[in-house]
Design a binder for this molecule. Structure first.
Ligand code: COA
Length: 260
């Protein structure tokens, strides 16, 4: 599939998906969401990709939210479908078998914050601003913001952000656990690439099994989560990369992982 609103490039086992509507601050219209889902499906299905990065085109915005023009045309019935579709796309990202890093290079508002929240890791440039400003428009977050923001920063801070619509800057986002780290302006994507490169160098079965265990956290209680971890640990012990990784350590040499 060729994309109109997205740039897709893959090299060095890293796919970079760039939301590319900079004149609209990369706002997510329906067509862009369709393309975003397809791009993730392509990256997940590619044998040449181990890590996926998502970012926004231009220096100003990661994603400034759902497209407000399209949003304004919703009614009570269409609005629910509108939300369910965005949730479906973001849940597919969250459930990605390969790690997803958000390189937040500017505004991450509304659907942009929700997109970042559906990624496994968030790196913020110092000019990034996160927020759920939907109440300013008389609407509530619909692409998972109420649920995922509360899980990431806790219910009190999520309530403050969602009920006031106030943005938080990159430093505050880092302080409250919304951003993994803050880097200089223009450095979010290079920093995400650097982190992705570290992940690419590991045994990929272990990376994916670890991610699978982490993805269970919001869905499971501790007892069930621990049982899942043990089962996945057992699977990782059955891989060639486990044999290679442990043998390499004991033989004092770097591992040569094969991804099997
Ligand atoms: N949907 C559609 N278009 C959007 C958009 C959105 N969510 N956010 C920005 N744009 C468009 C603007 O309409 C403008 O288009 P135009 O040049 O054709 O008029 C362009 O992007 C640039 O935005 P502008 O508002 O001029 O930039 P700014 O630097 O003055 O302000 C923001 C930046 C992010 C503070 C401001 O654009 C904003 O508040 N956007 C909406 C954020 C929001 O409420 N998101 C949640 C939606 S549910």
């Amino acid at each position: 599939m060729s994309f109109a609103n997205i740039l897709y490039e893959a090299a060095d086992r890293i796919a970079v998906i760039t939301l590319n509507r900079p004149d609209k601050l990369n706002a997510l219209n329906h067509d862009t969401l369709v393309e975003l889902k397809e791009a993730f499906s392509q990256a997940n299905g590619s044998a040449d990709v181990d890590v996926i990065i998502v970012t926004g085109a231009g220096e100003k915005a990661f994603v400034a939210g759902a497209d407000i023009k399209e949003l304004s045309a919703q009614d009570a019935v269409k609005g629910q479908r509108f939300a369910l579709f965005g949730q479906d796309v973001f849940s597919a990202i969250e459930q990605s078998a390969k790690p997803v890093i958000a390189a937040v290079n500017g505004f991450a508002l509304g659907g942009g914050c929700e997109l970042a929240l559906s990624c496994h890791i968030r790196i913020a440039a110092e000019n990034a601003k996160f927020g759920q400003p939907e109440v300013n428009l008389g609407v509530i977050p619909g692409y998972g913001g109420t649920q995922r923001l509360a899980r990431v920063v806790g219910p009190g801070l999520a309530a403050e952000m969602i009920l006031t619509g106030d943005m938080v800057d990159a430093t505050e986002a880092h302080r409250i656990g919304l951003a993994n780290k803050v880097v200089a302006r223009g450095e979010a994507l290079p920093s995400a690439r650097e982190m992705a490169g570290k992940i690419v160098a590991k045994g990929q079965p272990a990376v994916r099994l670890a991610l699978q265990a982490l993805r269970c956290v919001p869905q499971m209680g501790l007892r069930e989560g621990l049982a899942t971890e043990a089962a996945l640990f057992g699977i990782s012990c059955g891989t060639d990369d486990f044999k290679e990784g442990t043998a390499a350590f004991l033989e004092k040499r770097p591992p040569a992982f094969t991804g099997k």
